[in-house]
Write a protein that binds this ligand. Structure first.
Ligand SMILES: [Zn+2]
Length: 355
C-alpha cells in the first residue's frame, strides 16, 4: 500500500479529518457491523496486542482481521508494567469484560525487528532485538503470574513482528521460534499440529482463533513479498504523534507513532516519539516544516459523563505532551500542530475539542 505524505500543515489536518470520516463511515456501515459480528461468532476469543508505538506495526492489517477485533495497547517499545496503576486497571477490566461474556483471552505480547537491517528495528529498545525479547518476555511472565489463575482462559504468547515482510514470529512454550512468512503452502492441518506443538496447554478455542491469525498473516506476507515494495516504505516516515487512546481508525501504516497514556513517566515515550519525528524530518522521509500532535480520549457511552471526562483527558494529554516536546526539542516547537479530540467508540467518529 502506498500512501502519499501530506506536505503542508493544512494538508496534514485535512487528511487526519478525512481519514477519520472515511473510517467512521465504513466502521458504522451495516456491512462492517455484520462482518465484525460474523467474525466474533466464528472466532470468539478476545485478542489483545501489547505493542510498540511504532507506526509500522499494524496487526489487524498484517493478519487480515477486521478492524475493531484486536484490542491494542501501545507504548514505547511495547514496554509495559502491570504495576502501572492505569495500565493494570485497563487490562484487568478488559479480561473481566471477556469473562463476563464467556470468552477466552489471547494476549499477543509483541516485539518487533527488521530482517534486512537492525536500524529498521525497534528504536525503543535501542535496535537490540535480544533486549526487546527479554523485555517483552518479562511482561508475558507478569501476565501469566497475574492472570495465570485463569489458566486455559487467559493465554499470553510472545509474538515477534518482522516489519520488512510484516511477518508474525511465534515463540512456542517449548522454546521453538517460527517465522510465519516461511510457511507458505503449509496445510491448515499441519499448522494446527504446529500450534499444538508450540502451545501444548492452549485451549482448543484459543488455538483455533490463533490459527486464523496465523493463516491471515501467511497470506499477508505472501502479498507483501509479491508486491516488491521499495525499502523506503519500511523505514520510519510517521508525521503524527498520537497520545492517548481510540486510534484504531487511524489505520494507515507508518503514519502515526502512538503512545498510550499508561506509563507513569509519560514524558519519556512522548519525547522518544518526538525524537523519531525529528529524525524523520532530518532524513527527509517527511516534510520538515510541520507535524501533528494528536491527543485523543475515547468514550463508549455518549449519554453520561464519559464524553465530558474524555474532553478533559484529551485537553490534558495535549497540553502535557506539547509542553514535553517544547522542553525536550525546542526546535520542533514551531513545527507542531496540536489537535485534541474525543472519539465515540460506537462510530469511531472524532470530535475536535481544541486545535
Ligand atoms: Zn519499537
Amino acid at each position: 500500500m502506498f500512501f502519499t505524505i501530506p506536505r503542508t500543515p493544512e494538508e496534514q489536518l485535512e487528511l487526519i479529518l478525512r481519514l477519520n470520516r472515511q473510517h467512521s463511515l465504513i466502521f458504522s456501515s451495516p456491512d462492517a457491523k455484520l462482518a465484525r459480528r460474523r467474525h466474533r461468532a466464528k472466532h470468539p476469543t478476545e485478542i489483545g496486542a501489547f505493542k510498540c508505538m511504532d507506526g509500522r506495526i499494524h496487526i489487524p492489517l498484517a493478519t487480515n482481521t477486521p478492524l475493531g477485533i484486536i484490542k491494542p495497547w501501545r507504548n514505547l517499545g511495547g514496554m509495559f508494567d502491570l504495576g502501572w496503576p492505569y495500565f493494570a486497571r485497563s487490562v484487568a477490566s478488559w479480561v473481566n469484560y471477556a469473562m463476563d461474556r464467556g470468552r477466552q483471552v489471547l494476549m499477543l505480547v509483541t516485539y518487533h525487528y527488521s530482517r534486512g537491517d537492525v536500524h529498521r528495528g525497534c528504536a525503543g529498545f535501542g535496535y537490540d532485538q535480544e533486549a526487546s525479547i527479554v523485555g517483552m518476555s518479562r511482561l508475558k511472565k507478569q501476565m501469566e503470574h497475574v492472570f495465570g489463575v485463569h489458566h486455559q482462559v487467559v493465554y499470553p504468547i510472545l509474538f515477534g513482528f518482522e516489519t520488512d515482510l510484516e511477518a508474525g514470529v511465534l515463540h512456542g512454550e517449548n522454546g521453538e521460534v517460527v517465522d510465519l512468512s516461511t510457511l507458505q503452502g503449509v496445510s491448515k492441518d499441519d499448522l494446527m499440529l504446529m500450534l499444538i506443538r508450540l502451545y501444548p496447554d492452549m485451549s482448543l478455542q484459543i488455538r483455533k482463533d490463533l490459527l486464523r491469525l496465523v493463516t491471515g498473516n501467511i497470506e499477508h506476507t505472501a502479498e507483501v513479498a509479491a508486491s516488491n515494495r521499495p525499502l523506503t516504505e519500511t523505514v520510519h516516515r510517521e508525521w503524527i504523534i498520537g497520545v492517548g487512546r481510540g486510534f484504531d481508525w487511524l489505520h494507515e501504516p507508518n503514519t502515526a507513532l502512538l503512545v498510550g497514556p499508561f506509563s507513569p513517566n509519560l514524558d519519556e515515550p512522548v519525547a522518544k516519539a518526538a525524537g523519531i519525528i525529528r529524525s524523520n524530518m532530518l532524513a527527509g522521509s517527511i516534510d520538515d516544516k510541520s507535524f501533528v500532535l494528536l491527543a485523543s480520549a475515547f468514550y463508549r457511552d455518549s449519554t453520561g459523563i464519559e464524553p465530558l471526562l474524555a474532553r478533559e483527558k484529551a485537553l490534558f494529554l495535549g497540553d502535557f505532551s506539547a509542553a514535553t516536546i517544547r522542553e525536550r526539542y525546542p526546535d520542533l516547537a514551531d513545527k507542531m500542530q496540536v489537535l485534541s479530540v474525543t472519539v465515540d467508540m460506537q462510530t469511531r467518529a472524532l470530535e475536535i475539542v481544541r486545535t
